[in-house]
Design a protein around this ligand. Structure first.
Ligand code: ADP
Length: 630
């Protein structure tokens, strides 16, 4: 027999510390967490048993058992689920088995979590909550299908280490044995356990059973009392998604949401319906209030849990919902799918396609309704998930318009933090304005301060501030909204001036040609600007090119993108340009003029958020000029 003592990974100690000290006011949740884990373990075993008879050879009923032992001061949570091998135990119970460990630790330090410790639920620290009520936890486990002598015993006192040894165990599955702390001894009492199970785990599909002993008068001798033990089931087990809506309380909906999402905040919306017709299914979906930390991760799990005739087939069925609705959590149950479906089969299954279409519509309709009737709630939701939702414009062509109706943007006319929809924008466009103007940038302040908005500001034209990294892409793909084309403030030829642009273009034509010749390797054209008021020059992208910000982002991601066209725009009313025109008239070959052109181009790069081509040369040139004029 091998016994080994091991140290917890550092992050486990931190988690334990937090769980033990911060979650203390809700210590009864340990039971929910352990029952939930037991239920997951049975789901896995039951699913495998569909194809592998060795998993449940005797056909025993799946169940979770609570065993309070007053004499020993222990409460055991027993399941006959999948169990753990030695390696799995070391991995699952000695580390935080989640991809976002770094994020998690960052979060642990944050104010948000210190104030709302329930947030840590989404990181799956469920098991460790046992230490809120127990000073020692023992896990006995035998993997389904493994022989009795290959069971393991894991044990820890939350003192930074745990032991793991090989033991013999009857029956498959896991016993979690809690050596209860003195102040947690109430969890040995029947009524307390009944209450907690009812409150938090009533909908668990498997029976949560407990042996209870009653003393009653002996029928043979009325003077005597006898003790009788019976097994009672503590939960009602009704799959909540199959129940009638009006049989379910808000609290039950919420509790079930917690169970499937590990998110302890209330969901923003609950969608519960049964579809009837050629394809029948029940769906219980939730729109969360808070973005999970890992929603942009590659390994983020998409899709609701799929049940077929009450059997959980997979906990995330990505074929059921498009990735841009990956924030939706929930359960879908259909009787029209075979029990032994695999992910591959699901990918091109007709029933699944119908369900997917139906769920997608339902979610988008719900969002539209929310936007209309609870604009503030919708704005909060959008703040969390808008960036994900708008991916749909790129991926779901057929529903582009519908998704466009759901978009929100800040604009140069809104207060910071307040957003408007495209429909709001169009509704307040002045009659003579033909296009929907937008400005991209990393954040509102940068976008607003940009020289590209000078003329818009002067004319009082509202410009949408598109600050998400993918905004330019999706707006370009959308092309138009309610018959109005989108026009980027950064791209194309704009004429927001006083109507003298063409005239000026002629007047400055020769100077512009000279600049163009000098900068021919950098820009495709030099022209009079219809968008500048304060600044002398700026660089703009071609009408159909990628936004320079996007170009940079793609490059940073290591993607090949064609270098877009760049046009240098010149403000003919700027004193410097007026001076240059005079210099040019006096001597078209002037060296000074050449220096100006170089410096101006580097300035334009700076305004675009780039660096001058040669920062040292730029600084020298500038200093030289300043010295000359000082
Ligand atoms: P989560 O359940 O969110 O993954 P937990 O800390 O609650 O996080 O559990 C960690 C892991 O331990 C689980 O993912 C599972 O692999 C394993 N585990 C916990 N309880 C059981 C159990 N009763 N049977 C089998 N495996 C379990």
């Amino acid at each position: 027999m091998t016994v080994s003592k091991r140290k917890f990974k550092a992050e486990v100690n931190k988690v334990l510390d937090l769980v033990i000290h911060s979650l203390y006011s809700h210590k009864e949740i340990f039971l929910r967490e352990l029952i939930s884990n037991a239920s997951d373990a049975i789901d896995k075993a039951r699913y495998l048993s569909l194809t592998d008879p060795a998993i449940n050879p005797d056909g025993a009923d799946w169940q979770i058992e609570l065993i309070p032992d007053t004499a020993a001061g222990t409460l055991t949570v027993r399941d006959n689920g999948i169990g753990l091998t030695r390696d799995e135990a070391a991995e699952a119970l000695g580390t935080i088995a989640h991809s976002g460990t770094k994020e998690f630790l960052k979060l642990l330090e944050s104010r948000e979590v210190k104030d709302n410790p329930e947030l840590i639920g989404q990181f799956g620290v469920g098991f460790y909550s046992a230490f809120m009520v127990a000073d020692q936890v023992t896990v006995l486990s035998r993997r389904a299908g493994a022989p009795a002598d290959q069971a393991i015993c894991w044990q820890s006192e939350a003192d930074g280490s745990y032991t793991l040894e090989d033991v013999v165990k009857d029956g498959r599955g896991t016993d979690i044995i809690l050596h209860l702390k003195e102040e947690a001894k109430q969890y040995l009492q029947e009524w307390e356990l009944r209450k907690v199970v009812k409150q938090y785990s009533d909908f668990i599909e498997y029976p949560v059973v407990m042996a209870v002993t009653r003393s009653k008068p002996d029928p043979e001798d009325k003077e005597q009392r006898i003790e009788e033990t019976e097994t009672v089931t503590l939960n009602s087990r009704k799959a909540i998604w199959l129940k009638d809506k009006n049989e379910i309380s808000a609290e039950e909906y919420h509790e079930f949401y917690r169970h499937i999402s590990h998110d302890y905040t209330e969901p923003a919306k609950t969608i519960h319906y049964r579809a009837e017709g050629t394809t029948e299914f029940s769906a219980l979906l939730y729109l969360p209030k808070q973005r999970p930390f890992n929603i942009y991760y590659q390994d983020y799990k998409i899709g609701p849990t799929l049940y077929v005739r009450r059997v959980q087939i997979m906990d995330h069925c990505e074929a059921m919902l498009p990735p841009y609705l990956r924030f939706v959590k929930g359960v879908v149950e259909s009787a029209d799918l075979p029990l032994n479906v695999s992910r591959e089969i699901l990918q091109d299954n007709k029933t699944v396609a119908v369900i997917n279409k139906n769920l997608t519509k339902k979610v988008l309709d719900t969002l539209a309704e929310m936007k209309k009737s609870e604009p503030e709630g919708y704005a909060d939701f959008y703040g969390q998930f808008g960036r994900v939702l708008k991916e749909g414009i790129h991926h779901d062509h057929a529903r582009r318009e519908t998704i466009a109706d759901l978009l929100l943007f800040e604009s140069t006319s809104t207060e910071p933090g307040k957003k408007i929809s495209l429909a709001d924008y169009v509704a307040r466009m002045p009659a003579e304005q033909q296009e929907i103007y937008y400005m991209t940038g990393p954040d509102r302040a940068t976008a607003e301060a940009s020289p590209y908005l000078e003329a818009f500001k002067e004319k009082g034209l509202e410009v949408l501030l598109a600050t998400d990294d993918i905004d330019d892409l999706i707006i370009s793909e959308l092309g138009r909204y309610q018959e109005k084309e989108f026009q980027s403030a950064l791209k194309g030829d704009l004429d927001l001036g006083d109507g003298t642009k063409e005239e000026k273009q002629k007047e400055y034509g020769d100077l512009l040609a000279l600049m163009q010749e000098q900068l021919k390797d950098q820009v495709s054209a030099v022209r009079v600007s219809g968008r500048l008021k304060e600044s002398a020059v700026c660089l703009v992208a071609g009408e159909h090119d990628l936004d320079p910000q996007m170009e940079k982002m793609f490059r940073a991601l290591g993607q090949e993108v064609p270098k877009g066209e760049r046009i240098l725009e010149v403000n003919p009313d700027h004193p410097l340009i007026v001076k240059m025109q005079a210099l040019f008239a006096a001597d078209a070959t002037s060296g000074r003029l050449k220096e100006y052109v170089e410096l101006l181009f580097d300035q334009a790069l700076l305004l675009e958020g780039d660096r001058p081509r040669d920062p040292v040369a730029f600084a020298r040139g500038l200093s030289k000029l300043m010295a000359e004029t000082a």
